[in-house]
Design a protein around this ligand. Sequence first.
Ligand code: ADP
Ligand code: MG
Length: 335
Amino acid sequence: MTYSGLKPSSTVGEFDLIQRYFHELTSQHGVELGIGDDAAVISLVDNPLSRLVVSMDSLVSDIHFPSCSSAYDIAQRSLCVNLSDMAAMGATPRWFTLALHLPEQLAVDEWLSGFSKGLGEIANCHNCALIGGDVSRGNLALSITIIGQVQADQALTRKGARPGDQIYVTGTLGDGAAALRTMFSESNDPMDLRLYRHFYSPTPRIKEGVLLRDLASACIDISDGLLSDLGHICLKSAVGAEITLSCLPVHSDLKTNFSNDFLDWALSGGDDYELCFTVPSGRVNEIDRLVRQGQIDATLIGQIVEGDDIALVSDSGKQSINKSGKKHRGYTHFV
Ligand code: ADP
Ligand code: MG
């Protein structure tokens, strides 16, 4: 498709685009935290103790899910990835709206009932109610706006990490990328089924986010890859980080079956929807206790340092990640 009147020029990257063209529009009364985090935090004039937390994510066919995906799976994935941003903020999800662009041939009972079932299961699981939306004809795409709540001053943000803080991730890394590799094999192998479920219904770490409200100095969900998303914490907090490669939690299936790829996937694969968070060193014993009690599945992977680089530490030494290098940049739209 061509767009009239536009001269060919270089494409603007996703994060530059937001920063250059939208960031300045965010400062309105009541916006406590605007563009630039996992969600916005809005204060309510008549309720000084509560904050609304608002986030939106769109899923487009053949970009965020294969067009052959079932309606049930598409619905589950779209709500799960939106809930993940609530988890990253330590918010309790409450309500969501849904904009659905649907090709005419999918506006049939078979597709819509599967979609509704998938959406309803995840919504019920998290006590999150669909409160409105919009339907139009078009190429298959969905946008969900999700609204949660958190008490004043309790939202977790990307800003707040300090040198000496310890870096943790929940669950395992690399599963999102591995899922893309195996998803089309139609096998009943337990590994393939686990990865399939991980891709279409990644567990939003809501419970963990709530537990971390008082404890974490910064938090983000890993949607684009650990290095890219930890990079956002470093940028917003004006710090650097050191990651110990041998500490990265990777499922044994990946280590066995994808020995050449699992490390790259854990660092930059994306679609993991785990939380990456930092904790002041004086409070790591509280995380240890939550881990021992089985309340949170988290692994210590490194520490925050002065500077602005992310370094990977292994037996062979320390390697700084060149931020402009493509290899570990994670997923971005456009360039
Ligand atoms: P996430 O990966 O956590 O969903 P994104 O990388 O999509 O976050 O977005 C980063 C920040 O930029 C968020 O605060 C988001 O609300 C904001 N943002 C993204 N697109 C737009 C847009 N079109 N207009 C305004 N803000 C945007
Ligand atoms: Mg996010």
